[in-house]
Structures are given as structure tokens and as C-alpha cells.
Design a protein around this ligand. Structure first.
Ligand SMILES: [Zn+2]
Ligand SMILES: [Zn+2]
Length: 139
């Protein structure tokens, strides 16, 4: 049995229970994430649908452009989003338990506010595993 982690919103009304480690983690620089979070880019952890054991508490679902996001109905914090068509859930990496956040690459760097220089791949759009062209920016 792999460990179960509880991911709570800041007010504590919503708790998401996940099992095991994320399948993938990355930083997303897309304009959608920027608008929703107010951040220049956001860490995202993808969990398989069966790794999300439960979502407890009052949530509401809201769609900005394409992706329906579930947020806490009390404090408004975004909690998770089911990525259409791939059977995975994205959870904000900044909500993960300490030590679990380990992004592997950056996506949608063409929207980046500023270059982020690290040793990870920086995809202009999407990597090929996500159906993109795999092209990287030359930061
Ligand atoms: Zn994004
Ligand atoms: Zn809350």
C-alpha cells in the first residue's frame, strides 16, 4: 500500500485524499493558469483517476475557458481539475505535502512572463507525450 496524503484548502473545509506519488509533475506557464492563479506559472501534479480516493467538503466547479476546475465553495481555493480525455486529475503542486513536489519539465513556455532558468526541459507548447510537437524554447 502506498501512502495516502491529505490535501486541504486553506480554510480546511475541503480535503482531497490521494494515494501514492503523482504520475507526472510540471510547471505550467499558460495564460489560463496565469489568469486563474495570479501567478507567473504554477506547479501541477497529475494523479491517475484511481489515485484520487475522495474529495470531501463543499466544492463548486467553474470553467474559465476549457478546463473545469473544482474549488472550495468556502474559501475559493482551487483544489483539482479533471483533465479531459486522459483520466487524470491535476492538483496544484503547491498544495502537495512537503517533499512531494518534484516538477520534471515546463510547459506552455511561449506564454512565459520571464525566462525561468533551471535544468528542466522547457517546452514551448506541449511535450509529445501530451500530443504536442515537443519543441523547446532556448532559455
Ligand atoms: Zn496552464
Ligand atoms: Zn476552503
Amino acid at each position: 500500500m502506498s501512502a495516502v496524503a491529505e490535501i486541504a484548502c486553506p480554510c480546511g473545509a475541503v480535503v482531497v485524499r490521494v494515494q501514492g506519488e503523482p504520475e507526472l509533475q510540471f510547471y505550467c506557464h499558460c495564460d489560463d493558469c496565469q489568469t486563474i492563479t495570479g501567478g507567473a506559472y504554477v506547479p501541477v501534479a497529475l494523479f491517475g483517476a484511481d489515485a484520487v480516493l475522495s474529495v470531501e467538503g463543499p466544492t463548486e466547479t467553474w470553467t474559465y475557458k476549457v478546463l473545469p476546475r473544482q474549488r472550495c465553495a468556502v474559501c475559493g481555493c482551487g483544489m483539482l481539475a479533471e483533465v479531459p480525455g486522459i483520466g487524470q486529475f491535476g492538483i496544484g503542486g503547491n498544495r502537495l505535502p512537503a517533499g512531494m513536489l518534484k516538477p520534471q519539465f515546463h510547459i506552455h513556455c511561449r506564454y512565459a512572463q520571464r525566462p525561468v532558468k533551471d535544468d528542466l526541459p522547457h517546452y514551448a507548447s506541449l511535450p509529445e507525450m501530451f500530443g504536442g510537437d515537443g519543441r523547446q524554447v532556448d532559455w
